[in-house]
Design a protein around this ligand. Structure first.
Ligand code: GLN
Ligand code: ZN
Length: 757
């Protein structure tokens, strides 16, 4: 596109799956055998084409192409580059692609992990030392050609940088050596794109914004220097944070343009401090691609104008791919209008990008800007601050964040249990019948009384089964919950729910995060009824079961008008009241799950302490009001604690249950080595597998565990909730777990007796 100094617009990727999750349905149909590969691919092409059309209609100048995916874009690049681990080499085509993604008997899938600090998960490429990749870019190039027919010069192919790809891969080799293998393949690809007449290619290099980024200078310089020799203009794209220390050298790389995220981190300060090369295009990611709120046009425009002063060749963009937001807020007709009007999903964000560019180019956009201003004003009236909530926050004192006695003194006042107490993490199998009851109740087909009776019957059965198994600490089973965050968000004021607000979590799996839009408070108790029902059926202690404030926040779309810390504290206050109500109802143990605490860690390590400080405070605020007699449990289903152990200690939970079975005891070891003094639930049973662990296996894990962590500190439990498992798997597995704990308990008793003789 020919260019004077008018600002243009670009996208970095679009919402996935289709407006009605058509791709999800097609994928699941294909996997079940109900749909052929041609039909699956037709759906995919159709959706990709629709995404282009939508962006074209919005007037976007450079439209991202090739980033839509059947499962995961990192897997796409691994496949196109021919980075196929040897165990998959007997397979080919779609079959191989999906086996790499999902595994098959005897062929474990690639590992899956979180894409930077988002809730999207990618498949980790495995680079074998002797790998001699034979690429095949046919699929990618075909899509690019197809796009050219629709988008012409606007076609902007998206390529995943070899540096980011390698840094995210499992590999044993030297980065430089691996890069040298890949660069010729990228070189050929860029050349093919150039031959197609593509005006510019996007290379996405988000690794540059992480703490690792500044150490990659040599590799990155080598990469872009080599790719520059092709001659096709390269646009280096970064997102999710600022470039930090890498900024001064990144902006000097031999590329035509650089995209920066101006919605997170401090890129604006970096531009102010170091300037920006006048001969390069600056891609200004000013429309937040990771949240669902409309822009405040005046504020964003002021920033853009300042940037334009430094970098006259400017592009207005979403801050990242729009894959992190749903398609269209206009579909949310059930939401109150003042709220819906300030929501911005992918389609609305395209309009915002276009509007900003028009305003920047001197067109009269006063009316549209005034409309958005008006919408925000109506929203402010619709959702004013809640005076009680604000007052409660303002009145917080230091002691509100502390249990009234230290751990050592609480210990003797809490329920006494046999050595190696056994428990579970909370949920029990959600059978089709249970799901049906919930669905019928939601549709209004059964009365509240009928629904509750059905849930209560399930709770009673669950308690009976746990007693038969011989567990020491019981749970009610969470049958009333579809999802651990959604359930609480629905009971609290301040959260809204969408009908179509799906975003891809991984593969065909989508989530519909709640939208936190107003001050949070708890109109009434949320879990007390089910707790009471459960406790009424047993003499053994039943744990109250809550989702923690940080997880609630991290798995929702947060507000943008008050800090996240404040939002977490509001949720914490609501949970604190729930803990008190559970105590009043007779609970002697309350578990507050924080599986998402670690996920919220900022990409830059230097920002960890700030986040962890308020995140841990929020947990302490939720649990600090508990009586010393009340045992506070928490559960975290991940296996890296080494680097945050001091913060885990500061949670001051009495019992921490962890994922430990897949990490081969590494987790427990880290915790023990750090000198953790509180109790730890050794997650000895891998709930992600249908396999029933044997008594021997569990004994083995417990024995090694006990070599590091004293028996007084050790609990025995599965490594996560059991809701996705079947009763037929769960019952024998838990029986084996209890048998192992008992056997070991007796052995220990005998050695003690022998010792005292
Ligand atoms: N209590 C929840 C459950 O058992 C915890 C889930 C989780 O850690 N993700 O399902
Ligand atoms: Zn878990």
């Amino acid at each position: 596109m020919a260019h004077d100094m008018t600002a243009q617009t670009m996208t970095l990727g679009y919402a996935r799956m289709g407006k009605r999750r058509e791709l999800k349905k097609a994928l699941e149909g294909f996997w079940s055998g109900a749909l052929g590969s041609e039909a699956l691919l037709a759906t995919f092409w159709d959706l990709e084409t629709q995404a282009w059309q939508t962006q074209l209609q919005a007037g976007i100048d450079y439209i991202a192409v090739g980033e839509q995916t059947l499962y995961d874009h990192v897997l796409d690049w691994a496949t196109w580059l021919g980075l196929i681990p040897s165990r998959f080499r007997g397979l080919s085509g779609l079959d191989r692609y999906f086996v790499m993604a999902r595994g098959r008997e005897g062929l474990p899938a690639l590992e899956m992990t979180k894409w930077f600090d988002t809730n999207y998960h990618y498949l980790v490429p495995e680079i074998e030392p002797e790998a001699d990749p034979s690429p095949n870019f046919g699929d990618f190039l075909e899509r690019v050609r197809w796009a050219q027919g629709i988008l012409g010069e606007r076609t902007s192919p998206v390529v995943l940088s070899p540096v980011t790809l390698l840094c995210l891969s499992q590999r044993s080799g030297d980065l430089r050596a691996d890069l040298e293998k890949l660069l010729p393949l990228y070189w050929d690809l860029l050349q093919e794109l150039q031959q197609l007449g593509i005006p510019e290619v996007q290379i996405h290099d988000p690794i540059l914004v992480t703490s690792q980024g500044s150490g990659l200078q040599e590799a990155v310089e080598m990469t872009y220097r080599q790719l520059a020799t092709v001659g096709i203009p390269v646009h280096l794209v970064t997102y999710f944070d600022d470039l930090g220390e890498a900024y001064p050298w990144v902006v000097q790389l031999p590329v035509a343009g650089i995209s920066l995220d101006f919605t997170r981190g401090h890129n604006l300060d970096l531009v102010r401090t170091y300037g920006f090369p006048a001969d390069k295009i600056l891609g200004a990611g000013v429309v937040d691609a990771r949240n669902v709120w409309k822009i405040q046009p005046e504020a964003v425009l002021a920033g853009l104008q300042e940037l334009q002063g430094v970098a006259p060749n400017l592009r207005v963009q979403p801050s990242a791919s729009l894959q992190f937001v749903p398609h269209d807020a206009a579909l949310e007709t059930q939401l109150p209008e003042p709220l819906r009007n300030v929501l911005s999903f992918a389609e609305q964000k395209l309009a915002e990008v276009a509007l900003l560019a028009r305003a920047l180019n001197g067109e009269d956009t006063a009316a549209q800007q005034a409309e958005i201003r008006q919408q925000w004003q109506s929203f402010a009236q619709f959702s004013p601050p809640n005076p009680q909530v604000r007052q409660a926050l303002a009145n917080l004192k230091l002691q509100d964040f502390e249990r009234s006695l230290p751990y050592e003194q609480r210990l003797s006042r809490q329920v006494q249990l046999p050595p190696l107490p056994t428990t579970t993490i909370g949920s029990f199998p959600q059978t089709p019948e249970v799901r049906q009851w919930r669905a019928k109740y939601k549709r209004g087909e059964v009365s509240q009384a009928e629904y509750e009776a059905a849930i209560d019957a399930e709770i009673a059965k669950c308690i009976r089964i746990q007693e038969e198994i011989g567990l020491d600490v019981l749970v009610h089973g969470e049958f009333e919950r579809t999802d651990m965050v959604e359930y609480f968000a629905q009971k609290l004021e301040g959260f809204a729910f969408t009908e179509h607000g799906w975003v891809q979590s991984y593969g065909s799996r989508c989530v519909r995060p709640p939208i936190l839009y107003g001050d949070v408070f708890r109109p009434q108790p949320m879990t007390v009824r089910e707790f009471q029902v459960a406790q009424s059926h047993t003499q053994k202690p039943v744990k109250g079961m809550l989702t923690g404030p940080v997880t609630m926040l991290n798995w929702s779309f947060p507000r943008v008008d008050i800090p996240r810390r404040e939002q977490a504290f509001q949720i914490a206050l609501a949970l604190r009241a729930e803990v008190a109500d559970l105590e009043a109802a007779g609970a002697v143990m309350v578990q507050v799950d924080e599986p998402a605490l670690r996920e919220g860690l900022p990409l830059k390590k230097e920002r960890w302490p700030e986040y962890l400080s308020w995140a841990v405070d929020a947990f302490r605020l939720a649990t600090g009001g508990a009586k010393p007699e009340t045992q506070i449990h928490t559960h975290m289903c991940y296996s890296e604690f080494g680097d945050i152990i001091e913060h885990i200690e500061r949670l001051d939970a009495d019992v921490l249950s962890i994922e430990n079975s897949r990490s081969n005891n590494k987790t427990l070891l880290q915790i023990a080595q750090a000198g953790y003094r509180h109790q730890v639930g050794n997650g000895v049973y891998d709930v992600h597998s249908p396999a029933v662990p044997s008594v021997e296996q569990i004994l083995q894990q417990l024995r090694t565990g006990l070599a590091h962590l004293p028996v007084e500190q050790t609990w025995v439990n599965p490594d996560c909730g059991l809701k996705t498992r079947r009763w037929e798997e769960v019952i024998p597995a838990l029986k084996n777990m209890v048998a192992a704990a008992h056997q070991l308990g007796e052995e220990l008793l005998e050695t003690q007796l022998e010792g005292s003789l």
